[in-house]
Structures are given as C-alpha cells and as structure tokens.
Design a protein around this ligand. Structure first.
Ligand code: NAD
Length: 358
C-alpha cells in the first residue's frame, strides 16, 4: 500500500526548500519504486493569512491520516506581533502535541567535505556522528503548575515544574537504545541527578531499561559536564538521550559543531512511528525568495522520514549517498561556499542531488 506523506511548506524559505525535497521523493517514486502518495497543507503564518489559524483543522485532519509529515519552516517578521495564539510557532507546538510526538531525533553529523565550516579544529570534529534523542512533550516546558504569581511580600515570582513519570522516561529511553543498536551501541543519558529529583528518577529508569539492551553500553553524565564534553571531545558520543530542556540546549550546541545550519535534519516521532521531519533551521526571512537557501537539511529530513517512519532504509541511504556525492563534487550553496567550489542556487542543489541519485 502507498504510504501517505503530508507536505507542509510553511513560511519564508519553507516552500523553496520543500520543493527540492519533493523533487527527490518524486524521483524515487518514479525511478526506484518508492510507493508514496503526497498531499499538501498549510501551517504557520501562511496558514494564518489563508485560513485564520496557524494550524487549520483541515491540516490537522490530513496530518492524522498521514504516515509521515515533511515540514519546511514557520514564522517570520510579518507575524511577530500578532496575537499570541495566532503566532506561527503555535501551529508547530500544536501539531507536535496533537500527534503525541514525544521523541525528537537530532543528528549532528559532520560531512568531511565541510570540516572547515566548524568553529572547532578539524581533528576534533572530523567524522563526527552524534544522535541526540530529546524528550519533546514533557518535562519543564509542559509541567504544571506554572506561571507568574504575586508573593505575600508583594514581589512577583515566576515558577515552572519539572516533572517526568516513569513511563515517559521509559519510552524515550527505549527509542535511544533501539537507535543505538543500529549505530555504535553506546548511549549516554544526560541528567542533573545530583540536584534534581525528577532526573534522579530519570537515571534510575534509564538504568532499568538498559537491562533489556545488553549489547548497548550505558553511561550517565551530568548536563554541565555533557556541555563541556561536547565541545572538548565530541566524538566520544554516539547516542545522547536527555530531557526536553537539556536536549533543547545540547542539540543546538551539537548542531553547531558541524558548522552549517542549512545541513541538519530532524525528526519528531510518536508511539506508532508516525513523525514530522523538518530541517533544524527556521524560515530565514533574510534570504527568502532569492533561490539561495540550502535545501540539503530538508532533503536529508526526507531521508530520515524514509528511514524512521516509512521503513525504507535503502531509499534513505540512496538520498544520503547522493548528498555526500554532491558535496564531494564541490557543489555548494552560498551558506557552505568555500573558494574554488561550484556555487549553486536552491534549485541547482536540488537538481544536483537528483542527478546523483542513480
Ligand atoms: P533561521 O534559522 O531562520 O536563520 C538564521 C540564519 O541562518 C539566517 O541568516 C538564515 O539566512 C540562515 N539560514 C537558515 N536556514 C538556512 C538555509 N537553509 N540555507 C542558508 N541559510 C540559512 O533563524 P532566525 O533568523 O532566528 O528565525 C527566523 C524565523 O524562523 C523566526 O520567525 C523564527 O521564529 C522562525 N523559526 C522557525 C523554526 C521552525 O520552523 N522550526 C525554527 C527556528 C526559527
């Protein structure tokens, strides 16, 4: 049966980069028997303009019946000052939570050809390949009670709640161990168990889950040390599993080790394996409409989608190999350009990957 893919281009460079990923998916379908059916929908600011909501009911309905979703980016200056409930980012948070996307996978992979783009020395980052597994719909970003209240002495205080249940910890731990089994079989669980009871329980549960994955080694690390180690010796890591907030911070840090925001994909998946796949960058209003954006993060997000939601690892590898080939051939968009390389536009990069597919 054909797999249903919903494409949500979003705002800014979203439509430009998603078009290139769609080209690749269509080519796989025509030339390599990938059985897919593509639908489109609105999300973010463009959805506010067209339908009065950053996540129109029609989009959510289409999302619920799809096997996977490929998203560009949302947001931009046009919608920065509108009513909070209508802000583009609200659409993104709402779809993640409506689909129960609890596991966020963020690879930090350095392409050898782009080693110069990192701010760290090449020997520290060469062949870097880390997968950060971040819990996405729990922890302090969602815990209740939360708010800003007035104390008895008249001062205001802000408060949030860090809370994790055993089942929330267990399911994210299982995602990390399962992924590690297909990689270098090492999981590092990052917490602050010396200070926070919620992560003391986190450590205990992750340790218990590890017993079911005897071929994967488990290490625990405090978050402050993990931040330091990621910069000092990032290649010691294979899979990192951590809470929502720690993952938010560490995954941005890790992605920058690779030096190129336009290169990194991400996945957010739920218990049924359904997921949203999107580049880690935003809508890049400064280069929108100029055919300048790097579409590779989105194209690589499509590859992750094939691997994690559509069970098509060979098709995923076909895309990833094509991207490597194109980089090795010296094809570059402006954001990763270095002297002597061949500069191409957004669509030029998409075309280059397309011809490297076979
Ligand atoms: P951004 O990621 O959009 O841009 C940061 C810088 O990186 C810009 O100079 C941009 O030109 C460049 N850049 C980003 N993607 C690129 C690509 N594919 N190719 C080449 N260069 C690229 O971050 P920002 O400027 O902080 O945010 C812009 C808008 O995007 C805001 O409205 C923000 O809320 C939104 N945003 C959305 C998401 C998302 O949709 N998941 C994530 C982050 C930011």
């Amino acid at each position: 049966m054909k797999k249903k893919i919903l494409i949500l281009p979003g705002d800014g460079i979203g439509p430009e980069i998603v078009t290139e990923a769609e080209k690749i998916l269509n080519a796989l379908s025509q030339r390599h028997d990938l059985e897919i059916e593509i639908e489109h929908g609105l999300i973010g600011g463009s959805a506010v303009d067209a339908a009065g909501s950053p996540l129109p009911a029609e989009t959510l309905e289409k999302a619920k019946v799809s096997d996977a979703i490929l998203l560009g980016a949302v947001g931009g200056p046009k919608w920065e000052n509108i009513e909070r409930a209508l802000r583009p980012e609200r659409g993104l948070l709402a779809i993640r939570s409506a689909l129960g996307l609890y596991a966020n996978l963020r690879p930090a992979l350095l392409y050898q050809e782009l080693a110069d783009a990192s701010t760290l020395k090449p020997e520290i980052v060469s062949n870097l390949d880390i997968m950060i597994v971040r819990e996405l719909i729990g922890g302090i970003y969602f815990g209740q009670p939360r708010g800003i209240r007035v104390r008895e002495d008249g001062q205001r205080e802000g408060f949030n709640t860090l809370v994790y249940s055993e089942s929330e910890i267990e399911r994210i731990a299982r995602v990390a161990f399962t992924i590690a089994q297909k990689r270098d079989r090492k999981v590092c669980s990052v917490d602050k168990a010396n200070v926070l009871e919620a992560t003391e329980l986190w450590r205990e549960v992750v340790t218990k889950v590890a017993a079911d994955y005897p071929n994967v080694s488990l290490q625990h690390m405090y978050v402050d040390n993990a931040a330091m180690q990621l910069v000092r010796q990032p290649k010691q890591f294979d899979v990192i599993v951590t809470t929502n907030m720690f993952g938010d911070i560490l995954s941005d840090l890790a992605s920058m080790l690779t030096g190129s925001i336009g290169m990194l994909p991400s996945a957010s998946i739920n218990e049924t394996g359904q997921g949203i796949y999107e580049p880690i960058h935003g809508s890049a209003p400064d280069i929108t409409g100029q055919n300048k954006a790097n579409p590779l993060a989105t194209i690589l997000s499509a590859a992750m989608m094939l691997r994690y939601s559509l069970d098509q690892p060979e098709q995923a590898a076909r895309i990833e190999t094509a991207v490597k080939r194109v980089l090795a051939d010296g094809v570059r968009t402006a954001d990763i350009a270095t002297p002597g390389m061949r500069s191409v536009s957004t669509s030029g990069m998409g075309d280059a990957v397309l011809s490297a597919l076979d």
